[in-house]
Design a protein around this ligand. Structure first.
Ligand code: PMP
Length: 415
């Protein structure tokens, strides 16, 4: 075993191989060897309660998903130029969860690819080239999508076709979006789309009041643009109110993108849109994706949908999420460094603030994240100032799991 403070051979290998391209969590990164439900086990045998990871949304290594992937991989796995029933079964099951007008699905392999394609569809559909995003948004890592992902920039300024609007912390989001749309039109760039993560996760989690997106979407449409709902984070039931985050806002997007939890770890993502928009795009350019929507992805995706339904995970997200939020609010009354608690279902943001000034306190968030690791809990931060604890566990999370977290957080903050 490696002594504390010493770099393990594995860490050295990672740094040698990946260079600076892939940043690890924690000053002393953890080597993980096994996942099950809401727990991860490290190489030293220590178990960690996962309060952070949304990819294994129906639970780490869910046996039904693992079995479906293995069975399909042993039966047929091809690129996407042949007919297979399982892929159409999946498309049908997925599209049933979306508004009827959004009846075309293009499957991709990552959320980035989905957003990249969504941007192209929006440009083709509107003739506009401009995009409106929130100031700490993340939408992906391709050349085009990085341009609309300010949280990934270090020193860059927005390109001419990108307008940033503040996260919806207070009323007026629609006015900021409307002004951005006018400015894109006045510059002769035109508006392709407003694209937002419908729970604003990298901005610091802003779900409320439900419905606030509707006037912003109306403003963008009035300026000739479309609305792209990036459901990579809130999608697949996490918000505890139906399958999709936009549903809480009573809006019907023109394009929906999704990824992360879609295959519970199997890399798959997708774009759902109206047939007229997709057809318009395909007239201008062909589209082909070797891996996106292959039979193994369909098997994984079907199993995920089955588990969400059969295990009542949306209801669980709502019920345990409310319990968890109430517990955090109670604790906040006793801890002056705890600020606002925001959330929907099992997606909760907790601000750390300077008790005197109310200013964002990223150092406290970071210390808390490390202290919780020592107590066997995985958690992370988000937001423009990195002072918001991002609470986003796998959906089978129980009240007991929430109690475990609340107790550890209370001990950490009151000691
Ligand atoms: N959109 C959002 C809201 C995301 O959080 C992410 C990933 N963090 C992406 C898109 C990109 O997805 P991927 O990493 O699968 O490319």
């Amino acid at each position: 075993p490696t002594a504390p403070g010493e770099k393990s051979a594995l860490l050295q290998a990672r740094q040698r191989h990946a260079g600076q391209s892939s940043v690890l969590f924690y000053a002393e990164p953890i080597e993980m060897v096994k996942g099950e439900g809401v727990w991860l086990t490290a190489a030293d045998g220590r178990r960690y309660l996962d309060v952070y990871n949304n990819v294994p949304s129906v639970g780490h290594c869910h046996p039904r998903v693992a079995e479906a992937i293995a069975r399909q991989a042993a039966t047929l796995t091809t690129h996407t130029r042949y007919l297979t029933k399982i892929v159409e079964n999946y498309a049908e099951r997925l599209l049933e969860t979306l508004p009827a007008g959004l009846s075309n699905l293009v499957m991709t392999c990552s959320g980035t690819e989905a957003n990249d394609l969504a941007m192209r569809i929006a440009e083709a559909g509107t003739g506009g080239r401009g995009f409106i995003v929130t100031e700490a948004a993340y939408h992906g890592n391709s050349a085009a999508v990085n341009e609309i992902s300010p949280s990934a920039w270090k020193s860059r300024r927005p390109a001419a076709h990108v307008r940033l609007v503040p996260a919806p912390k207070e009323p007026g989001f629609d006015r900021a979006v409307a002004a951005a749309a006018v400015s894109l039109n006045e510059a002769g760039i035109g508006v392709a789309a407003l694209i937002v993560d419908s729970i604003f996760s990298s901005d610091g989690i802003f779900p409320d009041p439900a419905g606030f997106l509707a006037p912003a979407v109306a403003a963008v449409r009035a300026a000739g643009g479309l609305f792209i709902a990036d459901e990579v984070q809130p999608g697949f039931g996490r918000a505890g109110a139906g399958m999709w985050g936009f549903g809480r806002h009573g809006v019907e997007p023109d394009i929906v993108t999704m990824g992360k939890p879609m295959g519970n770890g199997f890399p798959m993502a997708g774009v759902v849109t109206r047939p007229d928009l997709l057809a318009g795009f395909c007239e201008e350019t062909g589209y082909f994706n070797t891996f996106g929507g292959n039979p193994v992805a369909a098997a994984a995706g079907l199993a995920v949908l089955d588990v969400i339904r059969d295990e009542g995970l949306i209801e669980n997200a709502r019920e345990v999420g409310t319990y968890f939020r109430d517990g955090l609010v109670d604790l906040g009354e006793r801890v002056s460094a705890m600020g606002e608690v925001r959330g929907a279902g099992l997606f909760i943001g907790l601000d750390f603030i300077d008790p005197e000034t109310g200013a964002p306190n990223a150092a406290k968030a970071s210390r808390t994240i490390n202290a919780l690791k020592d107590k066997g809990i995985l958690i992370g931060a988000a937001g423009l100032y990195a002072n918001t604890l991002k609470i986003r566990p796998p959906l089978p999370f129980s009240r007991d799991n929430a109690d475990f977290f609340l107790k550890a957080l209370g001990e950490t903050l009151t000691n």
